[in-house]
Design a protein around this ligand. Structure first.
Ligand SMILES: [Zn+2]
Length: 349
């Protein structure tokens, strides 16, 4: 992930050309940790004790996400081993990936320990491993890495931006990632993965979109802009502390849906999607399981068919309860049919 747009092409260039270069860990690093999960190995080198905590989070993120991502994005030739190094590079204030090494700015890592999605994005670059010289545009490379981030990084402070007319698919990163979600999960299932595999097999052309979806890239984009679809309510993540309810028809009273364990400071959200012509306001409340006291209540705006509401019910802005067990209740207007998803913190961190 990089903030400065001017850097993307540069990075992509290097990424493409030195992908098979290998790097040794220099001896200046005081601590080298080797983290394993099955056949896979991540070696992290750091020389600053303040990085210890974030490094242990990277270990957890690696163990949880690298193996399934390898299965999904490079099942035959995924790198078994890669390196993470910390580097103060003013041109790269967050992170970048070259070959088998992820470089992370130590200040960014220290100040943003919750940003595990950044590591997921970079690990996706490790797995993309597009061959030297394949002419794949950086918006595809970065859009795909953010697509992977969206699917595999369950909880960091990161959302898709709202779809709007000023966007272009070449905007890269999240804008492209959302478009890829729509193509791969709504419009033409699996087609983005097929295009990704073609790039891994040393070929890219915009025409691949037409080959796998039946529509040109521009036609897809136009259709997407008209009807960007319920991407946010799809079952996209591997988080195991998430609940989805599909096709719930309201009875007009409070219904107990689930008990959950909340960890303060962790992201949580509820996505609600309306499925039928019955419009209405869906209410949520969260109650302390031990005291029965209500800690949060929320009512959506009036939802019309296919509209989506997203909220973060717990947290700094809405009153953060103590760590512990809570119960989610939902009230759906009579006859209204909704899908909703509740994601309630990240126990991996
Ligand atoms: Zn990237």
């Amino acid at each position: 992930m990089w903030k400065n747009k001017g850097l993307f092409l540069v990075i992509s260039f290097f990424f493409t050309f030195v992908i098979f270069a290998s790097f040794d860990i220099p001896s200046v690093y005081a601590t080298t940790k080797v983290v394993k999960n099955g056949d896979y190995k991540m070696t992290i080198a750091y020389d600053d004790d303040q990085l210890k905590d974030v490094v242990s989070r990277y270990e957890t993120t690696f163990k949880r996400t690298y193996p399934p991502m390898a299965d999904a994005y490079n099942p035959k030739k995924a790198r078994k081993e890669f390196f993470v190094k910390f580097e103060k590079n003013k041109d790269y204030p967050i992170a970048y990936t070259l070959g088998n090494t992820i470089y992370i700015h130590p200040d960014y890592a220290k100040n943003n320990p919750d940003d595990q999605g950044m590591l997921v994005h970079e690990m996706c670059h490790i797995l993309q491993a597009y061959p030297n010289g394949v002419k794949v545009p950086s918006w595809f490379v970065e859009g795909f890495a953010d697509y992977a981030r969206y699917r595999y990084s369950n909880l960091d402070n990161w959302r898709f931006p709202k779809v709007d007319k000023n966007q272009k698919y070449t905007d890269s990163y999240r804008v492209t990632a959302r478009f890829f979600m729509w193509i791969n999960h709504i419009k033409s299932p699996g087609s983005i993965l097929k295009i990704h595999q073609r790039v891994q097999n040393n070929y890219y052309s915009d025409n691949l979109f037409e080959e796998y979806t039946g529509k040109t890239l521009d036609e897809l984009w136009q259709e997407y802009q008209q009807k960007p679809g319920p991407v946010e309510s799809l079952d996209w993540k591997i988080a195991d502390n998430k609940a989805r309810y599909n096709g719930e028809t309201g009875v007009g009273t409070w219904v107990k849906y689930m008990e959950f364990f909340y960890i303060p400071g962790k992201q949580n959200y509820i996505h609600t999607r309306s499925n039928n012509a019955t419009e209405g306001n869906v209410s949520y409340k969260i109650v302390d399981a031990s005291t029965g006291k209500e800690v949060h209540a929320y009512t959506t705006s009036t939802l019309k068919q296919d509209s989506i509401s997203s909220i973060e019910p717990l947290g700094k802005d809405s009153g953060e309860p103590a760590e512990g067990k809570y119960i989610l209740y939902v009230q759906i207007p009579k006859g209204m049919n909704i899908d909703f998803e509740f994601n309630h913190g990240n126990k991996f961190y």
